[in-house]
Design a binder for this molecule. Structure first.
Ligand SMILES: [Zn+2]
Ligand SMILES: [Zn+2]
Ligand SMILES: [Zn+2]
Length: 276
């Protein structure tokens, strides 16, 4: 998994802020809007790799250019907030390069907002300029109902973002050598419902929302996320969706063993040693 963006909705630096983190020259304090790329080697893929992006935030274009990504196999959405969807229009470049439509997966409520917000994309028959409009195929997700894409299983997980139900994703993949790889990505979460915990067992990697230290109504604080890592016990834990209160070089060394702050362009790998 590659972290394309690890910042909160405003990004870090924030417009008009002169604080220590917003003016930091540590690249790990420079956080674009939250998104991750899931990738597995696959000799049958046109360039040897299958890739899915979770969310298409407003920084998608710069994220894809700096990560040198030329094709993707699909998009999965957690929820419809602007910091997770406003780069959707830029998917048209992948249509042009790949010369094919792109599958996008979301819950009905999220899909409905996408189809309203980007009406000109989803009502192509109204648009005379078809080649400049993204070609997307909508697929419906249902919490806890796994989908399999090119041998990778994505299980949508119910998370609560304040009072708003959204999705996280568990991803399971077995390598040709028979190694099971298991991770989960849970951004924009304040509470994990009891029904979701069984799906978070036995993970190589768990990513949780770790906005900042002060309480927030719709995001976990870093301390709340650490309690969850303790309870769930993944082999590696990463925090994402961080605000400008969090200075990487100060906070990361204080975290418990096996837990780190994610940062933009970090790639993490599941444990290759675990046999199925
Ligand atoms: Zn967000
Ligand atoms: Zn700041
Ligand atoms: Zn959100």
């Amino acid at each position: 998994m590659t972290f394309l963006g690890t910042g909160t909705s405003s990004g870090v630096p924030m417009i008009g802020c002169q604080c220590e983190v917003c003016t930091s020259d540590d690249p790990r304090d420079n956080r674009s809007r939250p998104s991750v790329l899931i990738h597995v080697d696959d000799p049958t893929a046109p360039d040897g790799q299958r890739r899915w992006v979770i969310d298409t935030g407003p920084d998608l274009r710069t994220q894809m250019i700096r990560a040198d990504i030329h094709r993707i196999d699909g998009v999965l959405y957690t929820h419809e907030h602007a910091d997770h969807v406003f780069g959707l229009d830029d998917l048209r470049r992948f249509n042009a390069v790949m010369d094919q439509a792109i599958d996008i997966h979301a819950e009905p409520a999220t899909m409905a907002v996408l189809q309203t917000t980007f009406q000109y994309i989803f009502q192509k028959h109204n648009n005379p300029n078809k080649t400049f409009v993204a070609d997307l195929i909508p697929w419906t997700l249902e919490a806890y109902k796994p989908i399999e894409l090119h041998g990778v299983t994505f299980t949508p997980l119910r998370l609560m973002h304040g009072r708003h139900p959204i999705l996280g994703f568990r991803v399971d993949y077995t390598t040709p050598e028979g190694h099971a790889q298991k991770l989960a990505y849970c951004t924009d979460v304040s509470t994990i419902p009891p029904e979701t915990y069984p799906y978070l067992q036995d993970l190589d990697i768990l990513v949780l929302d770790g906005l900042r230290f002060r309480h927030h109504p719709t995001h976990m604080t870093i301390d709340q996320a650490l309690e969850q890592f303790d309870r769930i016990g993944p082999r590696q834990g990463y925090l994402t969706h961080m605000a400008h209160e969090v200075k990487h070089s100060v906070v990361d060394p204080q975290l418990p063993d096996g837990v780190h702050l994610a940062y933009d362009q970090l790639t993490v790998y599941c444990d290759q040693g675990m046999e199925t």
